[in-house]
Design a protein around this ligand. Structure first.
Ligand code: 48H
Length: 266
């Protein structure tokens, strides 16, 4: 084996990471949160040739998938979402009427791999703490390293994009930054009723139907749809999250292609 220079290993990490980071400071679409909805949205946008970047505050992507229900790493998917599992090559088995079980780790890893292979860039330990608003439009997000955010007096940096997707789950963390400043004017959104008690069927339908733009330039997908618009929670079932991510990808792709010249170049 050739002699290994430790500093060369460090330089390889530094130059690769910073090159990738510099390339993604401006994207077409920023997705905040690499849970099931965010990763599915990233896969579909990247496949359309959209320059899409996922920002995740934790070390690993996957969000709530890893835990399955009560820490049992099985994810439950209903029949409607099976084509999405086939598409990403994740196996499943029929266990009960209309309910399929899939290995949660295989699902998280499969979504992540497909997103990267489709061309999405992904950065971990990125905590989104604020948004940029220009002319009443969200034009980017304000990010700090998750390990220092709120702990040290270190200023954040900014990523910009034509569209931002809040896929931060129960937190709806991006929407929350606008809410704090009373910038949300659409009455359904401004009321911020918070998510409702569990009703699996209604909750799953809600996250798909209501995924959409809640403020110019800002879309919601997955559980943040319920947290923003008051839909019921659905418990440990993931088909709705995947379908919601796909739906938001279609809406965002159409919006940015129609907006054309009015949007900043990435
Ligand atoms: C960067 C952030 C920030 C931030 C959070 O929770 P998730 O898995 O979200 P969804 O909506 O794709 O899936 C929801 C599902 O996991 C779930 O919780 C269900 C079905 N619950 C039902 C019920 O009844 O309880 O992923 C969100 C991701 C996570 O990885 C977070 O770490 C990340 O977003 N995140 N990333 N900056 N400020 N806040």
């Amino acid at each position: 084996m050739n002699k290994l220079e430790e500093t060369e290993i460090s330089k390889t990490i530094l130059c690769t990471y910073h090159e990738r980071l510099l390339d993604r400071i401006v994207s077409d679409v920023l997705i905040v949160g690499a849970g099931p909805s965010g990763m599915m949205a990233a896969i579909h946008l990247a496949r359309e040739g959209v320059k899409v970047t996922l920002l995740e505050k934790r070390l690993s992507p996957g969000g709530g998938i890893w835990g399955g229900g009560m820490g049992m790493s099985q994810a439950v998917i209903q029949e409607d979402a099976l084509p999405l599992l086939d598409d990403v090559g994740v196996k499943y088995e029929l266990r009960r009427n209309n309910l399929y079980a899939t290995d949660a780790i295989e699902l998280a890893a499969g979504l992540c791999l497909k997103a990267i292979q489709a061309g999405a860039a992904r950065f971990n330990l990125m905590a989104v703490e604020d948004v940029c608003v220009h002319g009443r439009r969200v034009t980017g997000v304000v990010v700090n390293r998750a390990t220092i955010a709120g702990k040290l007096p270190v200023d954040p940096i900014v990523f910009s994009a034509k569209a931002v997707v809040d896929a931060t789950g129960h937190e709806a963390a991006v929407v929350e930054t606008l809410q704090k400043r009373r910038l949300l004017t659409d009455s359904a959104v401004a009321a911020r009723p918070g998510e409702g008690p569990m009703d699996a069927s209604s909750g799953e339908a809600f996250v798909i139907e209501k995924a959409g733009e809640v403020f110019p330039g800002l879309w919601v997908a997955g559980m943040s749809v319920c947290a923003t618009l008051g839909g019921p929670r659905m418990g440990p079932i993931f088909g709705g999250m995947l379908l919601s991510g796909k739906r938001v990808a279609e809406l965002v792709a159409s919006a940015i292609s129609h907006a054309g010249d009015k949007m900043p170049e990435s």
